[in-house]
Design a binder for this molecule. Sequence first.
Ligand SMILES: Nc1ncnc2c1ncn2[C@@H]1O[C@H](COP(=O)(O)OP(=O)(O)OP(=O)(O)O)[C@@H](O)[C@H]1O
Ligand SMILES: [Mg+2]
Length: 233
Amino acid sequence: MENLLEVKNLSKTFITHHLDKVYTPVKDISFSVKEGNFLGIVGKSGSGKSTIIKCIYRTYLTTEGEINYNSNEFGLVDLSKLEERKVVYLRKHEIGYVSQFLNVMPRTTCLELVTNSLLEVGEKEDKAIEIAKDTLRFFDMPESLWNSYPNTFSGGEKLRLNISTAVVRNPRLLLLDEPTASLDNESKLKVRETIEKLKNNGTTLIGIFHDLEFMDGLTDSIFDMQKNEVKYL
Ligand SMILES: Nc1ncnc2c1ncn2[C@@H]1O[C@H](COP(=O)(O)OP(=O)(O)OP(=O)(O)O)[C@@H](O)[C@H]1O
Ligand SMILES: [Mg+2]
């Protein structure tokens, strides 16, 4: 098995100009993930977990290091330095991201959000709506919410919507930032089930989990922020 992703000596520094503050929460971090594997990231609040995921997704620019990704479309690329146009392509077709918090598009309903995610990658409208509905059903999103605007959704509903929007595209690499944080036990089990299905489908996953025990048996390795090392299970 080959590495799908290799993070090499990654550092991220934030400079807050008005406070004259320089802060490096992520310092010299390295890990790799084999194709089809699931890497969990653990560490205390503020240790830089989300920052790492955002550097991989290129929400944040990397300060130092490499993020080598073996893409279908462009071959081996360094996501930290890749041109914007290619990043946009990969976000559409290969790399999915479920944020810790949901930024909802105004005036877009729940069903439209999930459907649009598929239309953007060229799915036909009828098919897109059908898959979107199946996915929302799978995550127990009440039909009464499908045509509502998610700004009024509860934390758990937003999260389930967020996950639905990412997984309908069947990404090769899925980045999950605490996808179970505000969910009840039953919904957490749904997320676990989804991850299991995705894994069986060959999706590579990197996930931040507060309660990683919940993913027991699914994770192949764990990166510990405090120790700055990977443990292979
Ligand atoms: N855009 C930013 N500008 C300045 N500081 C930032 C920025 N993003 C993150 N930080 C700081 O970097 C540190 C790491 O943040 P990060 O969100 O990665 O932590 P985390 O490990 O995900 O925490 P949590 O478990 O609470 O989600 C924090 O101290 C945070 O305040
Ligand atoms: Mg975080």
